[in-house]
Design a protein around this ligand. Structure first.
Ligand code: BG6
Length: 280
């Protein structure tokens, strides 16, 4: 990246290149390990993202918090690959900046993952990530199937939102939507009323609806998306937070993951492009 940008600087944290964007409308930080947004603060507002104090930033492990990009699978590895890693491999890869546009009204940054030595099934598949920042941020993840075969993938924009107090937090807009409860063997359950979190929560809401609202005390923020077939809600709660070495014991009180995802097996024919997005 050349250094002639007005709002953007590149620097290193724990040996990993990062981009910091200081703009009159917002500030943001992207780690090029994982193409991972770790901070987004609209001017005169609070941090929108939760990042673990113990998050490992040196590229040896996926970053805990911010926005992990889960691709080309969400959850456990599919049976056609022998890579055994949850949520795909690009959150553990270096990404490169391919394009930057900046002006007074917005900044757009395009990244692509390092695709050397990809598993054979994913060769010929191109992935691009675009962040468009203003008073909001839009994250677009575009897959292009440039191989000769049909591609099956799953994916998620796995956003950890910061919240003041999980006891005063709710998700609105999922009333009367069914979800698969990962903690009950994927049992299908119908959501009644707002989503409150008062225990370990790991749910896949089966919906492509365009938005939900995060109620955080007296504040409300719209989380919108396109191209998803599911919205995932996750909070590890007390015990699982304790069990994770990169998650502070009381961290579950101040975060909630709301993820736009394709969990149902998305099939892309040869030549097809597909974009999953989230905006907040
Ligand atoms: C969520 C999953 O999306 O991510 C959970 O539904 C998982 O099952 C969580 O525990 C965190 O995953 P990881 O791999 O970052 O620890």
């Amino acid at each position: 990246m050349d250094s002639n940008y007005k709002y953007i600087t590149q620097h290193h944290i724990d040996g990993v290149p990062h981009l910091t964007i200081c703009h009159p409308m917002f500030s943001a930080v992207i780690s090029l390990f994982g193409g991972h947004l770790v901070s987004f603060i609209p001017t005169e507002k609070k941090e929108t993202l939760w990042l673990a104090k113990q998050a490992i930033r040196d590229g040896s492990k996926a970053i805990r918090g911010g926005i992990p990009i889960c691709w080309p699978w969400f959850g456990a590895s599919p049976n056609w690959t022998d890579i055994d890693t949850q949520h795909g491999f690009v959150r553990n890869r270096q990404w490169l900046t391919t394009k930057i546009l900046e002006d007074e009204s917005e900044v757009a940054i395009n990244l692509i993952p390092d695709d050397t030595d990809w598993p054979e099934y994913y060769q010929g598949i191109n992935l691009a990530l675009t962040f468009t920042f203003s008073t909001q941020v839009e994250i677009e993840l575009t897959t292009v199937n440039n191989s000769n075969k049909e591609l099956e993938l799953s994916q998620a924009i796995h956003t950890y939102f910061a919240t003041e107090d999980i006891d005063n937090t709710a998700i609105l807009g999922l009333e009367n939507t069914s979800y698969q409860d990962k903690l009950q063997n994927n049992k299908t359950v119908l959501q009644t009323g707002k989503v409150f979190i008062n225990n370990e929560t790991d749910r896949i809401y089966l919906t492509n609806q365009e938005s939900v609202v995060l109620e955080n005390g007296n504040n409300r923020m719209t989380i919108a998306g396109q191209g998803h077939d599911s919205i995932v809600i996750w909070n590890p709660w007390q015990q699982k937070a304790k069990d994770m070495s990169d998650f502070e014991d009381d961290g579950y009180i101040s975060m909630i993951c709301v993820e736009m995802a394709n969990t149902r097996g998305l099939k892309l024919s040869s030549g097809q492009a597909y974009t999953l997005s989230q905006t907040f």
